[in-house]
Ligand binder design. Structure first.
Ligand SMILES: [Zn+2]
Length: 151
């Protein structure tokens, strides 16, 4: 699932809960729950491409998403009275599992292996495949609903 959607859920959590530890823990948990829902972006980058090219494409997508998350976060902060520290903490928590996954895929640190296995285990566990197009539409609808909930 796109980091923008994960982060928006984190922002929603921060908009309703006034405890930084709970906000962070719930934001991390929300990531795994959302990832368990079929979301159609499993093949966002062609897995048959050489590893270096795949990583470059994933890095570009990550950078675009970080910009989108920052824009969304600052927009939310102008509209809703959320503690900015809690909100950015929630964003970090909501993104953390994919950041760890990304770090592991590059540097292969063994201590990240258990997390990687868990992340893969909860990622669409029913293996329901939906197209990228349907996934993008579903995620866009989810994003609008989440932002509406926050505002
Ligand atoms: Zn994930």
């Amino acid at each position: 699932m796109f980091l923008t959607v994960h982060s928006a859920v984190g922002m929603a959590i921060a908009s309703r809960i006034d405890d930084p530890v709970a906000v962070f823990v719930l934001a991390v948990a929300s990531h795994y729950i959302l990832d368990s829902i079929p979301h159609g972006d499993d093949n966002l980058v062609d897995k048959s491409l050489p590893e270096l090219i795949r990583r470059r494409k994933l890095t570009r997508i990550f950078m675009v998403e970080v910009v989108l998350v920052l824009v969304l976060g600052f927009f939310i902060l102008t509209k809703v009275p959320i503690n900015p520290v809690y909100m950015w903490l929630a964003v970090l928590g909501a993104m953390l599992p994919d950041i760890l996954w990304g770090v592991h895929s590059v540097v292969k640190w063994r201590w990240l292996e258990p997390h990687n296995r868990f992340h893969n285990l909860v990622h669409n566990p029913l293996k329901i495949i939906i197209s990228l197009r349907k996934g993008l539409i579903l995620q866009a609808i989810a994003l609008v609903l989440i932002i509406s909930f926050i505002l």
